[in-house]
Design a protein around this ligand. Structure first.
Ligand SMILES: [Zn+2]
Ligand SMILES: [Zn+2]
Length: 230
């Protein structure tokens, strides 16, 4: 089967369905997203049981809220980098720090108001720092360890030049008005280092978890212009 991938918004989180010889679902959706997951699968004519791996870019609240539902519907194993694994298994993920005045205010507000308690879900495929090849799923791409937004963040680089970068970049109005670096990150300098690691790997289009995709040149400019933490 020829490889295809599809964006499926599940709440405010863009999830992705990767269809090669086998099928992978990327990320676990934000609050209220389970009906959107079901609708997205129906629209593509895919049965949830066809999904053979749920691959998480990282373990923040807005990426794992529907995870328990999706796991039950698919029966698929869950893969996440081992540093974010406890977020999923305790169901109490922390909030990232803010970058810049708006990011800091948003982070403080989230920490004060939101205390997520999600159904704990067992991770059966922890990912190491060496990442993961998707060849065993018949999918032309790989998982690369890209820490900084969270310490267990990974990105998925497809051979087509499409990069599913989770929260390594943001492009949605409530976060930032134009595409670029995240306004929330535990270590923004480390995010920049992670970008420097993956930018030479043939990326052409960036697909963030929040907001629409955009050309890689935007990130090349962002990284060149990055002048440390404000
Ligand atoms: Zn995040
Ligand atoms: Zn997010």
């Amino acid at each position: 089967m020829a490889f295809t991938f599809h964006r499926i918004p599940v709440g405010i989180d863009n999830c992705f369905l990767l269809r090669g010889e086998r099928t992978i679902f990327v990320d676990g959706g934000a609050w209220g997203g389970t009906p959107a997951f079901i609708k997205g699968m129906k629209a593509l004519g895919v049965e949830p049981q066809e999904i053979q791996l749920i691959l998480l870019t990282h373990g923040h609240w807005d990426h794992i809220t529907c995870l328990s539902d999706i796991q039950q519907m698919t029966g698929a194993p869950i893969a996440i980098h081992h540093r974010d694994q406890p977020f999923v298994e305790t169901g109490a993920p922390p909030f990232p720090a803010g970058v810049g005045a708006y990011g800091k205010a948003m982070s403080a507000m989230a920490r004060a108001l939101l205390h997520p308690k999600l159904p704990p879900v067992k991770v059966t495929r922890p990912i190491g720092d060496e990442g993961l090849s998707l060849a065993e799923y018949g999918i032309p791409g790989k998982v690369i360890y890209t820490p900084g937004h969270s310490m267990g963040h990974v990105s998925i680089l497809l051979d087509s030049g499409d990069a599913l970068v989770g929260d390594m970049a943001m492009n949605d109005w409530y976060l930032r008005l134009t595409p670029g670096l995240p306004i929330l990150a535990d270590d923004i300098a480390m995010v920049v280092e992670s970008w420097k690691k993956i930018l030479p790997m043939g990326i052409r289009r960036v697909h963030p978890a929040h907001g629409p995709d955009f050309p890689v040149e935007v990130m090349q400019k962002e990284i060149t212009n990055f002048r440390g933490v404000k």
